[in-house]
Design a protein around this ligand. Structure first.
Ligand code: PEP
Length: 249
């Protein structure tokens, strides 16, 4: 049984002051730590301040992206070591917006995963098919390809540090959630795939999050599925009230 994880991806939202205020309100909403792992992923500029704000609390800090190189002439990029120094424990890798808007393919995502793991960051590795791919009956093939290429050269120990997020692209920011059955079917196949490659223990211990228009209204039925271990939340993580209700589903 995996401890539930609720992660909020703020994308390009929130100033430093807004991030500090959000964390303060989130902390005071839970005088005792909830029985979930709670993660927030602010933009790069707010990471340092958010790290101070979450110190000593139940909230963990994630970045939304990293560069795969350790250092070098990569104007505008941030390395995993820099994220660790800023206070991150997690990093989102392979989000569909990185794949579609910034041209990140499976090979690059694989290098980012290895870079994150190399500095001790826990990657939240996103996979998921587009609407066209689903309608063309290619969902399984696409997600399997993302897993196969994305996880190339990862060891069983690496899998122990990994979190996977299944995020059907057609459900992200659209208000269209996958039904619990649709999500469960994919989560189960991801776990089976991991079991075949890394053994049943790694598969059973792996947290597989669902992402795509998660709200306080639909979280409970999603979490009732046996292979859904948590949620990666975009829009509904931006307001403290709705994020708190998702955490407390
Ligand atoms: C996301 O971008 O990871 C996401 C799941 O967004 P939303 O919850 O807004 O669909």
């Amino acid at each position: 049984m995996v401890r539930p994880i609720i992660a909020g991806n703020w994308k390009m939202h929130k100033t430093v002051a807004e991030a500090i205020a959000f964390v303060a309100q989130l902390r005071s909403a839970f005088p005792t730590a909830p029985d979930r792992e709670v993660i927030v992923a602010p933009p790069f500029t707010a990471l340092g301040a958010a790290a101070e704000a979450v110190r000593g609390s139940f909230i963990r800090l994630s970045a939304q992206n990293l560069h795969e190189a350790e250092k070098g002439a990569y104007t505008g990029e941030i390395s995993g070591a820099m994220l660790r120094e800023a206070g991150c424990t997690h990093v989102i890798v392979g989000h569909s917006e990185r794949r579609t808007l910034f041209g990140e393919g499976n090979d690059r995502i694989n290098r980012k995963l290895l870079a994150a793991l190399g500095v001790g960051l826990r990657p939240i590795f996103c996979v998921g098919e587009s609407l066209g791919e689903r309608e063309a009956g290619r969902r399984e093939e696409v997600v399997a390809g993302q897993l196969k290429e994305g996880l190339n050269n990862l060891t069983a120990d690496d899998i122990g540090s990994l979190i996977i997020a299944y995020e059907p692209v057609w459900a992200i920011g659209t208000g269209k959630t996958a039904t619990p059955d649709q999500a469960e079917e994919v989560h189960r196949s991801i776990r089976e795939w991991i079991a075949r490659l890394y053994g049943p223990k790694r598969a059973a211990d792996l947290a597989i999050l669902y992402g795509g228009s998660v709200t306080p209204k639909n979280i409970a039925e999603l979490m009732a599925q046996p292979d859904i271990d948590g949620a990666l939340v975009g829009g509904a993580s931006l307001e403290v009230d709705s994020f708190v209700r998702i955490i407390g589903y």
